[in-house]
Design a protein around this ligand. Structure first.
Ligand code: FE2
Length: 435
């Protein structure tokens, strides 16, 4: 009897122990259900996903795009020159709006676009968007100068994965570092799955009102492409939610475009398709370029920074045009690592010099394949860039997610000669895993 009771006590103890382990394990893992994405990203009558872009001249125009539920029957936008007090609102003029019905994987919505035109250069404006009753806040933006005045812009590589969780601090630190920025340039793979509304919702939520106040430019990455009825197609979200220039080659409206801002020609290209057509288009865009500086951005790098990711055909098709017109800076993404060149010359000429950058903002990381062309590299590092152009000088800074300076150089223009590059790499050690 005594033996049996001892055995049963031991069994009971064992069961209690196992149960306690189970409770501890469950407590360490949240059992809370995930909020339904359709609920988390549901549109309403209140405008959301508000973003400034340009379809025309940044000195005299500004475009804005936003989203609402399909309950909205009349969308409208108002704009006035900003003033120190609230009186500006009474002077606001109303602008016609184009509304596009859109059905995503989460449901129906409306995307709206307003183009503010005839604006005065170097002027602070206040604007709001809404349905006449339900309005956004009054947001402010400043038009660009119509002269080659000093220009600041932010650039970054792929945000792509866990965008709300891991990219928010990047884009916010970038804005805090350079609040004077004239625009933010995204070099593709903004999100991971081209037509997932939830991911676009995260992409718009992370910067919040920064997108309402500073214009964005973006190139599509391979992750903005998905299978369509006729092969791989640009995300259906792209054109309704952005208002980029439409003067690219046929079929690449809003994904291949250029604009001039304060003495800089910024060219954004779509490295996913139609490489030959774009090389020809680029030749035309750069043949007649009165700007002192030319910056080019697209997703797939001309010189890859990671193993087995060479884009030979792209390099052979686009680099001759880049060399021919001495493009100053090429800003790219795709390789989930950081690599920055010195002045790269042409195949047949040393009379050129272009700096190539591959960078990443998001948390997905690859190893760097070290190559002789690389001046500064990093692994496992989320970076953003601040670029400042003033007269004959272009200053580039790459900063980490904590805002720390990781790489820097200056380009100086010299008449009829390649740029002079002055390296300003800080003493911080190279962030690479042991090779
Ligand atoms: Fe990527």
């Amino acid at each position: 009897m005594a033996g049996k009771s001892w055995l049963s006590r031991r069994r009971t103890l064992l069961i209690v122990f196992v149960l306690a382990l189970g409770v501890a394990y469950t407590a360490s893992r949240s059992s809370a259900p995930k909020v339904d994405p359709a609920e988390a990203h549901r549109p309403s009558r209140l405008p959301d996903r508000i973003i400034l872009t340009w379809s025309g001249d940044p000195a005299t125009t500004q475009s804005v795009t936003w989203r609402t539920s399909t309950d909205v029957t009349t969308a409208t936008a108002q704009i006035a020159e900003a003033e120190d007090g609230p009186g500006f609102a009474k002077k606001a003029r109303e602008i016609g709006v184009t509304s596009t019905p859109f059905t995503s994987d989460l449901g129906d919505a409306l995307y709206h676009t307003a183009h503010f035109t005839g604006l005065t250069p170097r002027t602070l404006y206040a604007y709001r968007v809404g349905d006449g009753t339900n309005w956004s806040e009054w947001n402010q933006f400043r038009t660009a100068s119509d002269r080659p005045d000093p220009l600041t812009f932010i650039y970054g590589g792929d945000a792509q994965n866990d965008v709300f969780s891991f990219w928010s601090r990047l884009i916010r630190t970038a804005y805090k570092t350079a609040p004077e920025t004239h625009f933010i340039l995204h070099a593709g793979d903004l999100i991971n799955r081209a037509n997932r509304d939830e991911e676009w919702g995260e992409w718009f939520r992370a910067p919040g009102w920064i997108n309402n106040s500073v214009a964005s430019l973006a190139a599509p990455g391979n992750h903005e492409y998905d299978k369509g009825p006729d092969g791989r197609e640009l995300s259906r979200h792209w054109r309704p939610q952005f208002a980029f220039p439409e003067h690219g080659p046929a079929g690449l409206e809003e994904s291949c475009y250029s604009l001039d801002i304060q003495g800089v020609r910024v060219v954004v290209m779509n490295s996913n398709e139609k490489h030959e057509e774009q090389a020809e288009w680029l030749d035309g865009v750069l043949a007649n370029n009165p700007n002192r500086w030319t910056v080019l951005s697209f997703h797939h790098p001309i010189f890859s920074a990671a193993r087995n990711r060479d884009n030979k055909k792209l390099r052979e098709t686009w680099k001759p045009v880049i060399d021919k017109y001495r493009v100053d800076l090429v800003l790219q993404g795709h390789d989930h690592t950081y690599a920055r060149s010195n002045l790269v010359t042409g195949v047949n000429t040393r009379d050129t010099g272009t700096v190539y950058v591959v960078s990443v903002m998001g948390p997905k990381m690859y190893r760097v394949e070290r190559e002789p062309w690389m001046t500064r590299i990093a692994e496992q590092t989320q970076l953003f860039q601040v670029i400042r152009v003033a007269g004959d000088s272009l200053r580039y800074e790459a900063r980490t997610a904590r805002g720390l300076l990781y790489d820097a150089f200056e380009l100086q223009k010299r008449p009829n000669r390649p740029n002079r590059l002055i390296d300003r790499v800080p003493p911080a050690p190279e962030r690479v895993q042991s090779e």
